[in-house]
Design a protein around this ligand. Structure first.
Ligand code: ADP
Ligand code: MG
Length: 620
């Protein structure tokens, strides 16, 4: 008998190892960003093309590498970060396995440029599928640039397995958020296909959270600070009234490393007990600092799970610190975002002296000067006639406001929309009149006048509501029109994911989907609901799957409801989309023809109204 065991050639071993480290472009993003941080960079740029399928590049201004190191870093188990097994218990760096670059180089085209601060010239290396194709001396700024092109070029199966650009970009953005949140003292910029998605300077933690999650976040944040012998906590939790149905704003960082911990998450939920509505999750952005010796981060290849020596104590401290902060917040005024010093501790506001607001007045401003010309120039202020007869909901909407009206609202009553029905011309673009009825604000809101005030509609939420009711209707009456695809659409999923689709298959069919094949790896679709573009199909299903996965099914769980919500979310007009006058009106009319126009499918307000008195008050 001959021997049959063989050692795998290096490039094969590397490819196999790569599968563990690199699942998708976002994994490359994570590894490269972490390397840049370990290199003590203060500025990091992330450049992505085609959701990372064509290019993932990270440029840092860190300590760079020598010629030898530049060559060695692509070897497996090449790391500068640990020298012996004991070092594993003292880790202060993100990486330590020394396999990220080797793995990435095994399955992509990699271009490395690097220079140390004291070197005159740097090194450029190109490597394809583990083979070095070029190495030269080069002029390059201090720091390192790693460009990873054509990911999985030599493993077509993996490449085909990648999801739509939208989904892959979402994974990348998630990674970016995690890294950027963990390191507010590093400036980050993030570009996708040439456009800037994020650009955050070196700043404090509160500013970082607000820069990433939007200016509105500022008022939601309640500071949490606690320092004990075993654990230091600092960061923020969201006020209970801003809690979310998803867990998308839950961040634990342990020693500046993003981690997932169901156990610590439970500590948070219990601190919020009694403050949250059913099915809502608290937001939190918490940094925990512990002795590196007391944790083991080596238990999971992608390193988002962690083992603590003394979980029970951490749980108790965390829970009580958060409870304490929540108890304080309702007496604390909203902190001024610019006042950096007040961010550090939640309780020092008492000593602050109130400063008078600075108001700058343009004394030369004449409100009547060129009123008209300005109006005409603003093309986004598309004003069209609004003559749709009000539905019952409309009427009830302004009945309430009307009672508050007083005699001085003459100007407003002139532009009140007419209640006579001339519906025929509503959707005719040519019939644009000068009556001011709706216009779009910041490509996000539709503003309209009411008899006694103003109506502001959130276009995305409103459209979600409209689509949601529409889908729900089709699902429940079990009839929908389907549009046949010219070529069957074949989509690949994991067995878990196909199981979810399988469970929802019947409901999906009622919306108009037609499945010709559904096994544990792939789904073939031959028909889609009318109005759903083919390009959106995979996005809808991805969204649906992630919603099912994230929305822990509770008592009120209904597959049909979830499906309708999910599809509405995927297909609704996004913020940032310009709507013409006809579209704006159509939106307003359809919204108020809904059963529950007031809230989005996820229970958030779809519009707000402002009575004239409230506006008047603001001028006092
Ligand atoms: P690990 O981070 O686990 O050590 P990697 O494969 O990610 O393994 O990197 C290998 C080595 O290459 C690192 O230990 C480090 O010495 C070097 N290196 C990688 N990226 C950079 C960078 N951006 N700047 C400086 N050195 C780097
Ligand atoms: Mg690394």
């Amino acid at each position: 008998m001959t021997d049959i065991i063989q050692l795998l050639p290096d490039h094969v071993a590397n490819q196999i190892a790569a599968g563990e480290v690199v699942q998708r472009p976002a994994s490359v993003v994570k590894e490269l960003l972490e390397n840049a941080i370990d290199a003590e960079a203060s500025e990091i740029k992330l450049i992505i093309k085609d959701a990372g399928k064509t290019l993932v590049q990270v440029i840092d201004n860190g300590k760079g590498m020598s010629v030898t190191d530049a060559r060695l870093c692509f070897e497996r188990h090449a790391t500068s970060k640990i020298k012996s097994a004991e070092d594993l218990f003292q880790l202060n760096t993100k990486g330590f396995r020394g396999e990220a670059l080797a793995s990435i180089a095994a399955i992509a085209h990699v271009e490395l440029k690097t220079k140390r601060p004291d070197d005159e010239l740097g090194t450029a290396i190109e490597i394809e599928g583990s083979k070095v194709t070029s190495q030269e001396v080069t002029v390059t700024p201090t720091g390192t640039s790693v460009a990873v092109k054509n990911l999985f070029f030599n493993i077509p199966a993996r490449r085909n397995f990648l999801k739509s650009d939208t989904v892959e970009l979402r994974h990348i953005t998630d990674e970016f958020h995690r890294v950027a949140l963990a390191h507010p003292s590093i400036a980050f910029a993030f570009y996708h296909n040439g456009s800037e998605l994020f650009n955050v300077p070196q700043e404090n933690y509160r500013q970082r959270v607000v820069h990433i999650f939007g200016a509105k976040t500022n008022e939601k944040l309640v500071p949490v600070e606690e320092e004990t012998e075993v654990l230091k906590i600092s960061g923020f939790v969201g006020k209970p009234e801003y809690s979310k149905k998803t867990k998308s704003e839950q961040f634990f960082f342990v020693n500046q490393r993003f981690i997932k911990s169901p156990y610590l998450n439970h500590a948070l939920s219990s601190a919020f007990e009694g403050l949250l509505k059913d099915g809502y999750h608290p937001s939190y952005f918490l940094n925990l600092t512990v002795d590196p010796k007391s944790i083991d981060i080596n238990i999971h290849p992608t390193k988002t799970e962690i083992k603590f020596d003394d979980e029970h104590t951490l749980y108790a401290i965390l829970r009580s610190a958060v409870k304490h902060s929540l108890g304080q917040f309702n007496i604390a005024p909203v902190l001024d975002f610019e006042q950096q010093s007040s961010f550090d501790t939640p309780y020092n506001y008492k000593d602050k002296v109130a400063t008078a607001p600075k108001i700058e007045v343009d004394r030369s401003f004449n409100p009547f000067a060129d009123d008209k010309p300005i109006e005409r120039k603003q093309s986004s202020f598309q004003r069209t006639a609004f003559k749709q007869a009000p539905t019952a909901s409309w009427e009830s909407l302004y009945v309430g406001l009307e009672s508050k009206g007083n005699g001085s609202d003459d100007d407003f009553s002139q532009v009140t929309f007419e209640s006579d029905s001339k519906t025929a011309s509503v959707f005719d673009e040519n019939s644009v009149e000068t009556t001011k009825t709706t216009f779009q604000l910041q490509q996000k809101y539709i503003v309209s006048t009411l008899k006694s005030g103003m109506l502001v509609i959130d276009q995305n939420r409103a459209h979600q509501r409209i689509l949601y009711e529409n889908f729900l209707k089709h699902i429940t009456i079990k009839e929908a029109t389907s549009q046949q695809l010219l070529f069957p659409l074949q989509l690949h999923f994991t067995p878990n994911e196909t199981k979810i689709i399988e469970e929802l298959k019947e409901d999906l069919e009622h919306t108009g989907f037609v499945f010709s094949e559904l096994n544990n790896k792939e789904v073939t679709i031959t028909g889609v609901p009318i109005g759903v573009p083919e390009s959106e199909v995979s996005i809808i299903l991805e969204q649906l799957i992630s919603d099912v996965e994230n929305d822990v099914p509770d008592a009120s769980f209904s597959a049909a409801d979830l499906l309708a919500k999910s599809m509405a979310k995927s297909l609704a007009i996004k913020n940032g989309q310009t709507l013409n006058g006809t579209e704006q009106e159509h939106m307003v009319n359809s919204l108020f023809a809904c059963k529950e126009p007031n809230v989005s499918p996820t229970n958030r307000p779809t519009f707000i109204t402002m009575a004239v008195e409230d506006i008047e008050k603001k001028f006092m």
